[in-house]
Design a protein around this ligand. Sequence first.
Ligand code: BV8
Length: 221
Amino acid sequence: MERVVILSGAGLSAEQGLGTFRDKDGLWTRYDLEEVATPQGFARNPALVHGFYNARRANMRGAVPGDAHRALARLSTHGGVTLVTQNVDDLLERAGARNVIHMHGELSQALCHACGHRWQAPDEMSPEDLCPACAKPATRPDVVWFGEIPYHMDRIEDALAAADLFVSIGTSGTVYPAAGFVDMARHVGARTVELTLEPSGAIFDDVRPGPASETVPAWVE
Ligand code: BV8
């Protein structure tokens, strides 16, 4: 059985209205990532950061999965497929995908930074929220900020080490360690494919430009 690792980024969900980070009018053109996507920014102004993620959570809960999410969901039920995403939305799960590896965390989850408890995030979070487990006012979005260690790296690195094929979908290849996965895959002899609107410029064996709603179902079929 062919072992496939699929990495997705914001481009996978862009057409569902969740936007991207670095395209024109992307999130990082409207917000200072130092202020809203670092632990230091959260410590300085937790209300601002909760507001940023509350708005994105509302946007996510108002969005629906697209053809690309559904195509990947069908694929995720096959053995040998590892679905890794940098995205914090739940559109892949809502399309029926199983075992999605969210290396940058999930908007739908809340985390207590005092006791480590995780729970389903309410629509609106605020610095005054108390952790349901330890009752401390120590809640945060369960997302990985810059300078924090991504989740599930052992599982991802094991899958890359055994990969026959690596597919990158809708990511600019700007953020590490995800941006280095294609090199790790090539290093073990895997074929590499990029499906994205504007090719990232990283070296892939096969680059297929276009919107995910077209390139992903075409590639999966
Ligand atoms: C860490 C939070 C140590 C949640 C995010 C070298 C090695 C290791 C680390 C570093 C390094 N150099 C620098 C670092 C530090 C840093 C980093 O990479 N900085 C960058 C800016 C240089 N990395 C970190 O801090 C990471 N932690 O390194 O810990 C470590 C490392 C390894 C092992 C152990 C310890 C933590 C990074 C996580 C930061 N958190 N998000 C949230 O708010 O969402 S990152 C943020 O960027 C999002 O998660 C996003 O997913 C991610 C990547 O962006 P993209 O998804 O690629 O989106 P972008 O807008 O950039 O591009 C969109 C793409 O889609 C484009 O290509 C476009 O063409 C395409 N597109 C658009 N429309 C469509 C489309 N494609 C198809 N169809 C369409 N319709």
